[in-house]
Design a protein around this ligand. Structure first.
Ligand code: ATP
Ligand code: MN
Length: 532
């Protein structure tokens, strides 16, 4: 059901340069849902959730993500094609154009915050052109109560104008869309794209700078949950590897599905107040928690409905990246507040489309550092334009596009924390088995869940392990709920020679990718990689 959040306060946006606008402040999700439908920007699906199309962009646009280069960021940010510099004066001019564009319009403003641990709280004011974008902000950020709203003072401002198109020649952008972070002014300026993920990942990127630089906290692109014994587990992984899916585990309390901080006080906290799940091929049987979260208050993106208004989860006509956002309390079993203690188990999730990596293996500290810095997964045909065969993809810290600092800064913090907390680190391949993409199949979700449960319950502590010849990974020989022949990837391939060749190919990709990090890596880390 919709929560009742009647607000009487009003705010003006004149100070931000948005003049004569009709400001809808802190509307309830119910009202935003209704307005979206009234304005023909969305429809209600059978389960009562809202469905919208985000427009031309149905995913983030990493090449159009900029950081303003000035005295705050100049010497700290790792500049390059991930963190692309933007001129401060150009930012000011573009900001003026966007706020002028929003002037005189109906706009949707809301106050929210990030970081569940009050010590690290970041207050955010969000201004959106569209009601559903504002509802997304309600779903994904933490929701202040009435008292907190009275004297709300924002730390950061998000200005989100999907309908505003930049003029690259004049504005200094690459094309019409942009997401620009300004750490001096504390503004995230987003235009030309309606993809809501830009809003949440904008603040994530900001926190990935603020927390390590000023607060001695390690930001992580991971999900987290806690068992009945109070033990925390975290799951790192790139997009599509299973963070959201595997952290929604009915037997464990969810802390969060995507963005967390690890503090010097030995705690973990969620940055967000909601989840943003992929819904491609979603079924009630495989993913009941996510399925049941799609109710009034949730927003589906870019899905296709049948005549009855039911969602066709297998339909990827608009995009394979169909999504749903919902407040975290749409999941039944959650940890309140969204915090936990030092993790006892860390999982690195990878979707290896080559079918080479074992479905679960235990990592030494050196291997953990090596695989964290590598951040391997595979891109599969159909998810990105121009990709027809699976391709290895390496993204440092399992989230390079969101990391303003050099990857080794995060890696060093993580290594120190893992050692101090004496955690188990597991590499889990949620990708292919029995052959590469095209020949083999995706690992059964049921098996992956069983392997994770076994690891969490300590059931892999006493089993025998085999070492993977090339990657040096320790693979359990047996695991409750999983056929033993699945555990060693080579055994699942009919053609062993083909396996060995594929494994060599993948090892080469790892090595090539790691070359740029060799100067930062000590011997322990270097021995964590595949053998020559
Ligand atoms: P993002 O960072 O983009 O949010 P994510 O890491 O949260 O990505 P999920 O949303 O969990 O990724 O997506 C994993 C997808 O893979 C889901 O659609 C899930 O159903 C599917 N899948 C298939 N087999 C498995 C498996 N063995 N383990 C995990 N996920 C699987
Ligand atoms: Mn996710």
């Amino acid at each position: 059901m919709f929560a009742n959040t009647q607000i009487t306060k009003t705010i003006s946006l004149e100070n931000y340069g948005i003049k004569d606008a009709t400001v809808h402040y802190q509307l309830s999700p119910k009202k935003l849902h209704r307005l979206t439908i009234e304005k023909r920007q969305g429809v209600e699906v059978l389960s009562g959730a809202l469905a919208v199309n985000t427009g031309k962009f149905t995913g983030r646009s990493p090449k159009d993500r900029f950081i303003v280069k000035d005295e705050v960021t100049r010497d700290k940010v790792w500049w390059g094609d991930i963190n692309i510099p933007f001129d401060p004066e150009k930012f000011d001019r573009l900001y003026d154009k966007v706020t002028e564009y929003l002037s005189g319009k109906e706009v949707y403003a809301r106050d929210a915050y990030a970081c569940a641990d009050p010590k690290y709280r970041l207050n955010i004011r969000v201004v959106n052109e569209y009601p559903w974008s504002n509802m997304f902000a309600n779903n994904m950020f933490l929701r202040p109560d009435k008292d907190e709203l009275e004297n709300f003072k924002e730390d950061w401002l998000i200005v989100n104008a999907p309908g505003f198109m930049a003029d690259p020649e004049v504005d200094g952008t690459r094309q019409e869309n942009f997401a620009i972070l300004n750490f001096s002014k504390k503004i995230a300026l987003i235009g030309g794209t309606g993809y809501t993920g830009e809003i949440k990942k904008g603040i994530f990127s900001a926190l990935n700078f603020i927390l390590p630089v000023y607060k001695e906290t390690l930001p992580m692109h991971c999900s987290a949950n806690v068992g009945e014994d109070g033990e925390t587990a975290i799951f790192f992984g790139l997009s599509g590897t299973g963070k959201t899916t595997l952290s929604a585990d009915p037997s464990r309390k969810l802390i969060g599905d995507d963005e967390h901080g690890w503090t010097k006080e030995n705690t973990i906290f969620n940055f967000e107040g909601g989840c943003y799940a992929k819904v491609i091929n979603l079924t009630k049987e495989n993913e009941p928690d996510i399925f049941h979260a799609i109710k009034p208050g949730a927003i589906l993106e870019n899905v296709i409905l049948n005549d009855e208004g039911d969602v066709q989860f297998e339909n990827t006509t608009i995009t394979p990246n169909t999504r749903v956002s919902y407040p975290i309390d749409h999941i039944k079993n959650i940890q309140k507040p969204s915090m936990g203690k030092n993790p006892k188990n860390i999982f690195f999730l990878t979707a290896d489309a080559f079918g080479v990596l074992p479905p679960i293996s235990k990592l030494t500290p050196g291997q953990a550092a090596y695989h964290f810095i590598s951040g391997y997964t595979a891109k599969v045909a159909g998810t990105e334009a121009g990709i027809n065969e699976p391709q290895p993809s390496f993204s440092a810290c399992f989230g390079a596009p969101f990391m303003p600092l050099h990857p080794t800064e995060y890696a060093e913090m993580l290594s120190a924390k893992m050692k101090a907390a004496n955690v188990n680190v597991w590499l889990v391949n949620t990708g292919w088995t029995g052959g590469a993409y095209g020949t083999g199949n995706r690992m059964k979700l049921k098996y992956t869940r069983a392997m994770i449960t076994a690891a969490l319950d300590g059931k892999l502590d006493d089993v025998d392990f085999t070492t993977h010849e090339l990657f040096g990974l320790s693979m359990p020989e047996s695991c409750e709920g999983v056929p033993s022949e699945v555990l060693n990837p080579r055994d699942t391939w009919k053609d062993k020679e083909a396996y060995d060749n594929k494994a060599k190919e993948l090892a080469e990709s790892f090595k090539r990718n790691f070359e740029k990090f060799e100067e930062y890596a000590n011997d322990e880390i270097m021995t964590g990689g595949p053998k020559a």
